[in-house]
Design a protein around this ligand. Structure first.
Ligand code: SAH
Length: 258
């Protein structure tokens, strides 16, 4: 059977470096405690082959591309009915997993932030994720306060997960090569739950970063709370606040909003 043709609109760049594939799966193996692992976008199975070697969990895989799913069926009969043809962003996880599962993938870069937000929305079921992103996105996910990489997605991800930047991956190890470098990131869910209302937290973070370079005095005015109450925040900028600062700010706003 021929190889799967790389389709640009599906973000298909196939990893052709076995040692990097092994390293990615190993980053999952080191921390995996779940009985099931779901691979997003297996393509031609470069990660899948190593996942299937680990017998401490069952490997599932979902790809949106029929050609890829047919190819995998032929080459990885061990996947059997755990191979799903579908859109990762649309499936209902509860249809497949009753309890927790881990996620892994060389993700299609056109939907990487949607994958992150899906992981966060479903974090009760997802204690671990290892994924390949474009390097710039990886840097934002791992971004620390007072750097250009720090923004909404950094704060919201790091509120719920410990995030580790593992390796930078060059363009030429993919076929076809993407235009940008890539990087592998690992996410381990935090034990403690967020010390404030989650929905409000997200709203406060988004509002604060609306004008990231300006002082928060204006940005926070939509909450209709006096400068006196917000005095510890109004002369700072969103990019200076840590996750804990945002938690405290959220609680302050909730306690004072009418
Ligand atoms: N893991 C493979 C392929 C990476 S390319 C490798 O490393 O070589 C990204 C893969 O994600 C492709 O196989 C593509 O078909 C798949 N994909 C794209 N959008 C998807 C979606 N919404 N849901 C599931 N898979 C998707």
């Amino acid at each position: 059977m021929e190889l799967v043709r790389a389709k640009k609109h599906l973000g298909q760049h196939f990893l052709n470096d076995e040692s990097i594939a092994f390293e990615i799966v190993n980053a999952l193996n080191e921390k995996c405690t779940t009985k099931n692992v779901l691979e997003v976008g297996p393509g031609m199975g470069v990660l899948t082959q190593y996942l299937l070697k680990n017998e401490s969990f069952q490997t599932w895989a979902i790809d949106i591309d029929l050609e890829s799913v047919k190819w995998l069926k032929e080459h990885f009969p061990a996947l059997q009915e755990r191979l799903i043809l579908g859109d990762f962003l649309q499936i209902n996880f509860k249809d497949y997993f009753k309890s927790e599962f881990s996620l892994i993938g060389n993700f299609p870069y056109n939907i990487s932030s949607q994958i992150i937000f899906r992981m966060i929305d479903c974090k009760e079921q997802i204690p671990l994720m290892v994924g390949m992103f474009q390097k710039e996105v990886a840097e934002r996910l791992c971004g620390k306060p007072r750097t250009k990489d720090y923004g909404i997605i950094s704060v919201i991800t790091q509120a719920f997960f410990d995030v580790e930047y593992l390796i930078t991956v060059p363009e030429h190890v993919f076929t076809p090569p993407p235009k940008v470098k890539s990087a592998v990131v690992r996410f381990i869910r935090k034990e403690v739950t967020l010390a404030c209302d989650e929905k409000k937290f997200r709203q406060v973070v988004k509002t604060a970063f609306n004008q990231r370079r300006k002082k928060l005095r204006n940005g926070l005015s939509s909450f209709n709370i006096s400068d006196e109450i917000l005095k510890d925040y109004i002369d700072r900028r969103a990019e200076e606040l840590s996750v804990d600062d945002f938690v405290n700010l959220t609680n302050l706003i909730l306690a004072n909003q009418s």
